[in-house]
Design a binder for this molecule. Sequence first.
Ligand SMILES: NC(=O)c1ccc[n+]([C@@H]2O[C@H](COP(=O)([O-])OP(=O)(O)OC[C@H]3O[C@@H](n4cnc5c(N)ncnc54)[C@H](O)[C@@H]3O)[C@@H](O)[C@H]2O)c1
Length: 262
Amino acid sequence: MTERAGDRVAGKVALVTGAAAGIGRAIALRLAEEGASLVITDIDAAGLAETEQMIKAGNGGANQPPLAIAADVTDEPAVKALFASAFAARGRIDILVNDVGGGTSGHIWEAKVEDWDHIIRLNLRSAFLCTREAAAHMRERRSGRIINLSSGAREGTPWTAYYIGNSAYSAAKAGIHGFTRGVALELAEYGVTVNAVAPGPIETERTGPGFRKIEQLEYGPIRATPLRRIGVPADIANAVLYLASDEANYITGTTLSVAGGR
Ligand SMILES: NC(=O)c1ccc[n+]([C@@H]2O[C@H](COP(=O)([O-])OP(=O)(O)OC[C@H]3O[C@@H](n4cnc5c(N)ncnc54)[C@H](O)[C@@H]3O)[C@@H](O)[C@H]2O)c1
């Protein structure tokens, strides 16, 4: 990325969680390319600094430099401090992307309570805490966009079910769908839209090796995906950009599947 590609979110302030790697990083870069000024956050400070550099390198000096704040977004005081710093520095947040999530609990017959609790906390509590801060502010301003990351796993994932097991993650991502819909209804009268993107299998540093290991098996992700490829982070970033842009003005409470037809 060398230059800004467009202005679909020009002048907007976007806060992206989980921006140190994978899909979150791709979302932050894409929103910046399209003119947003970024507040990026992650528990991984080193990865976050890399994303910050990548945004700066791609900015061409056109946007405000990104503001990087390391934080654990499952922790209530940390999230309050994160939003306080973002508001102090940027004055407002127009777009919130709740990207943080993931986790593996194993097959249900041997799943551990700690893993279940961790996954629910990582995927749902993080979205709740960040959304609560953003919603209070967006409601007052009567404008804003909130975009959550659900997953094809909200309806169960065949390859994960057969070879790994991860019902906690399915439960959490189905929870994101319900959370998105509920919050969208609450905020609709204030002109704030709330949507989710549900990725199919997307190759990131974290997921790539696992996908390759099971690719040849009967329920491998490529075989189970009608478009016959693993997605790339940009596929998800483009969907998030669309939901964040003015083109999506009349869309709220929906979960957009970006999963190659899965
Ligand atoms: N990659 C896929 O195939 C896929 C498919 C469906 C849904 N998703 C969802 O998309 C989102 C991003 O996925 P990814 O593959 O890019 O994940 P990833 O693991 O590569 O990135 C997640 C980021 O979140 C950060 N993080 C973890 N815990 C944190 C915490 N407590 N506070 C702040 N930051 C924290 C990590 O450091 C990491 O940078 C997740 O919600 C995931 O569940 C991914």
